[in-house]
Design a protein around this ligand. Sequence first.
Ligand SMILES: [Zn+2]
Length: 324
Amino acid sequence: MKISVNGCTQLLLCLSVLLFTQLACATNPQEHLKPVIATSVSPITNMVRNIAGSHIRVTGIVPDGADSHTFDPVPSDAKTLQSADLIIVNGLDLELPIIKLAEKVRKNSAPVLQLGNLALKREEWQYDFSFPREHGHPNPHLWLNIELVMRYVDIIRENLIALDPAHQSSYDMNAATYLTKLQKLDQAIFGCVATIPENNRKLVTYHDSFAYFAPRYGMTVIAAVQPSDFSEPSPQEVISIIKQIKDAGVPAIFGSEVFPSKIMEQIAREAQVKFIDQLSDDELPQPPQNSFIGMMVANIATMTTALGGQSNCMSQVDASNIPF
Ligand SMILES: [Zn+2]
């Protein structure tokens, strides 16, 4: 075989790159020694990253913008779950396919932590139109209630320390910093709602994600339009929702980009209210507000403005991430 001068140069180049890569791994083993956590939806991933800082590798499984309720893991997710030392999900049946796969492939020593099941007693689980009791799956959207998120943070902190006791002080400090930010967010939400005229403190949403949010902040969910099988509502249900909106006298109804719905536009037109399709339950905003807190800031500013409140009510909230 004849190797040209050019081919030889390329071969040498390839060998050097390979050698360099191996050397780099050998001289920087820290990255490979870090514990690994697999998480599910973006808000949970972001909370875990904020508390873990740079000491843990955190991989989220459900891509931003995907429908978390119908998400089915792909083969690369099995690898992520297989390599994890700890698996953290929301629970309350949101990620059943992920949990099922995790039970098959996880390391024996890797616990599956279901935050919602630990944060809320079973008798406090909510069932409603989109999550009816007879189907047996509760409404899982606990993370839109910041008091419950603060419970999530305590559970995450305790489990990170159990996983990696050497960095306890760092996890304690990050959790304390994050809790301070969450307290400010929680107070700001109360402040925003206070600026909404009392008769407008009502929500009509497409996706049913505000069941735990509304009771904490003095709002009422009048209707959530999406049926439990994630199809569109029947004509009778649409007529009934339009009547509810007219009776309640709300100025706006809400959807999200993850669940586009022509039905909501039709309902808004017939009820003569605004349709705002910008609420998010698990898709984080683009940088620099690329955080769970940033998602809530955007949600509450949108909701408050559309319902007649003051738009600057979230301006003091710090939505930045703790470096990770
Ligand atoms: Zn949802």
